[in-house]
Design a protein around this ligand. Structure first.
Ligand code: GAP
Length: 427
């Protein structure tokens, strides 16, 4: 298990080191919204790119980027307008409003004196254009999936795809969560990475199993504390006939990271009925079928959070001295190499800056000349930089630099003209 005991420790590191900030902090903060700082934004991009490469660089999956503002008919047909609700209750003693969970008591004061649950729709509604009447209602999409279903036939015909094929998408989704948190675990604005795999119904068991295993393998490359949790029939979402979560062990316990859902023909059928357009797919034998869908769906923000939890460690360096390390995978770290002149003397700075600029195109680099070298190493450890290149006075004489490894804390002396192959090898 990770060394991280609570989200507060991580949240404070993230703020101090430029990973993430409370949104609109200077105005008191906007609850459940977060702004990713320079390092956090880069880590998020690196994760999204890893997912995109894994999912889209295959012959059977293509990408899509659909609109966030959603036509109300789309979400009526999908069932979101009538059924995308959470049970909302009020505590009659302390007046706290919350989403009813298994425990039927107030999480704030412990009272069991609560109202009957009433359905609360989680979608954000707004108006398009200058007239705020019912005809102008649009929704911020609550999942990226619907954009894929309503374009499935356009994608299929324009890209000349045959079943089975998938459509993948990364983008923002919005839910007016009743009880968001903790930290970025559940937010009102978040990013999803979803893939809808269109198949023939008779192959649903095979492809459900395939995606369940394939997605677990993806996580095994970056996380250790993961497991499956099959959904019981009574907890399935309105569209799913079977579903499994890939869970991660967060400091608050085992929680959903990604869902793999067998959505059957539900979505395409509902959009065919709602739009009154023929959405049938023609097979090579001329058979007209409504495709069956297996979905994989993960929150990018939640994956980011899991990766930080997993990477966090505290180590005793020597008597009374600790270091905090983010042991991020080298390929994903937002800074991969830091260039550190041992002192602020001009020739050392010149060489360090020259090397930083030389590697800037190839790696995510940093440069730091302030504070003792020990302090600078600790800072780089804390943000997860795998390698530090230190330039000292000898470097000017022998054209060698010291490369320090984040995890082993070992130091190698490397000739400047060998640095490229050394870094390529290590990263
Ligand atoms: N299209 C299916 C779908 O949206 P979901 O289980 O509601 O399924 C999928 O969401 C994933 O999106 C979750 O496993 C989680 O990683 C992420 N997610 C959902 N709601 C979230 C929220 N409020 N904040 C952050 N991530 C969220």
């Amino acid at each position: 298990m990770s060394d991280l005991k609570n989200f507060e420790t991580l949240q404070s590191l993230c703020k101090r080191r430029g990973y993430i900030f409370q949104s609109a902090e200077i105005y008191g903060g906007l609850n459940a919204c977060w702004d990713y700082g320079p390092l956090g934004a880069q880590l998020k991009k690196n994760l999204a790119e890893l997912w995109w490469k894994t999912m889209v660089r295959r012959s059977d999956i293509v990408g899509l980027d659909s609109a966030i503002l959603s036509h109300p008919e789309v979400l009526k047909s999908s069932g979101h307008v009538s059924a995308f609700t959470d049970p909302l209750v009020d505590c009659l003693d302390c007046k706290y409003r919350f989403r009813l969970e298994d425990k039927k008591k107030c999480p704030q004061c412990g009272s069991q004196n609560i109202t009957e649950p009433r359905p609360f729709n989680l979608m954000f509604k707004t108006h398009a254009g200058s007239i705020e009447d019912q005809g102008a209602v649009v929704y911020l999409r609550p999942e990226t999936a619907q954009g894929i279903y309503v374009q499935f036939l356009n994608v299929q015909t324009s890209m000349r795809k045959t079943l089975p094929f998938g459509v993948a998408q990364i983008g923002k989704a919005f839910r007016n969560e009743i009880t968001p948190g903790p930290f970025t675990f559940r937010t009102r604005e978040f990013e999803q990475m979803e893939m809808q795999y269109f198949i023939h119904s008779k192959e649903s068991s095979k492809w459900y199993k395939y995606w369940k295993e394939t997605r677990l393998q993806f996580y095994e490359g970056i996380l250790k504390n993961i497991r499956y949790r099959e959904h019981a029939k009574d907890e399935l979402a309105h569209y799913a006939s079977q579903a499994v979560d890939i869970e991660y062990h967060f400091p608050i316990g085992w929680k959903e990271l990604e869902g793999i859902h067998d959505r059957g023909q539900y979505d395409v059928k509902m959009h065919q009925e709602g739009s009154r357009k023929n959405l049938a797919y023609s097979t090579s034998t001329g058979e007209k079928i409504i495709p069956h869908v297996i979905e994989t769906s993960v929150g990018l923000d939640r994956m980011w959070l899991a990766l930080l939890c997993e990477s966090y460690r505290e180590e005793d360096v020597k008597e009374g001295e600790k270091r905090v390390v983010l042991g991020l995978p080298k390929k994903l770290a937002p800074i991969q190499v830091a260039f550190l002149p041992l002192s602020k003397k001009e020739p050392l700075i010149a060489l360090a800056v020259k090397l930083r600029d030389q590697y800037m195109d190839q790696y995510f680099v940093d440069y730091d000349e302030t504070g003792s070298i020990g302090k600078r190493y600790r800072r780089q450890d804390e943000i997860g930089t795998p390698l530090c290149v230190t330039i000292d006075f000898e470097s000017l004489e022998d054209q060698q630099v010291t490369v320090r490894d984040r995890d082993k804390m070992t130091q190698d002396r490397v000739a400047v003209d060998q640095l490229t192959s050394y870094l390529n090898n290590k990263l």
